[in-house]
Ligand binder design. Structure first.
Ligand code: ADP
Length: 164
């Protein structure tokens, strides 16, 4: 049984993340999405909210589980008996950082491999940050995330910026 963890901030999840989860769920027996609680960052959504959002968005994929975590991804992988860390690659700009992280994780844990899923072309531009930026100016979010997530983002925006 090959278990993979997919760690990230997911603040909040987008169609890009959901696409990676869906595709990874075909290649691995189990995917555990790890929602990072990072006290140094101030996310729009609390870790509980981000977990909740992802649980709802992945409810139809039976081999996906969502859990909060803190600290190193390799420790999260070990705690969950995972052999693989899944990350998404959108563009060359992601590559340098992701390669460095993967190599660091390899030094920390030789028994855990990082597997990269290349983004589907239609989501190559998409990030949680860009979605929040468009939301802050009242723009249309329908191409970025499912309706429930858009609703959650809208609730976080000041009243005068909310999209009808
Ligand atoms: P982090 O803060 O760890 O970068 P994110 O929540 O931004 O967390 O992303 C988690 C993972 O999902 C990363 O590997 C990132 O490259 C990947 N990812 C984000 N957006 C997309 C997308 N549109 N297509 C494919 N992968 C993506």
């Amino acid at each position: 049984m090959v278990i993979a963890v997919y760690p990230g901030s997911f603040d909040p999840a987008t169609y890009g993340h959901l696409d990676v989860i869906k595709r990874a769920s075909v290649s691995f027996d189990k995917i555990i999405v790890g929602v990072l609680h990072n006290s140094a960052k101030s996310p729009l959504f609390s870790v509980e909210e981000r977990v909740n959002i992802l649980e709802k968005a992945t409810k139809d994929i039976p081999n996906v589980e969502v859990k909060p975590f803190e600290g190193l991804s390799v420790n999260f992988a070990r705690e969950n008996h995972a052999q693989v860390i899944v990350r998404g690659l959108r563009a060359v700009t992601d590559f340098e950082y992701e390669l460095q992280m993967a190599q660091t994780n390899r030094v920390l844990a030789q028994d855990i491999d990082t597997v990269f899923m290349t983004t589907s072309l239609e989501y190559a531009y998409l990030s949680s940050t860009i979605m929040k930026e468009v939301a802050s100016f009242g723009g249309d979010l329908s191409k970025f995330a499912p309706p429930e997530i858009i609703e959650a983002v809208k609730q976080k925006m000041p009243k005068d910026k909310q999209i009808k």
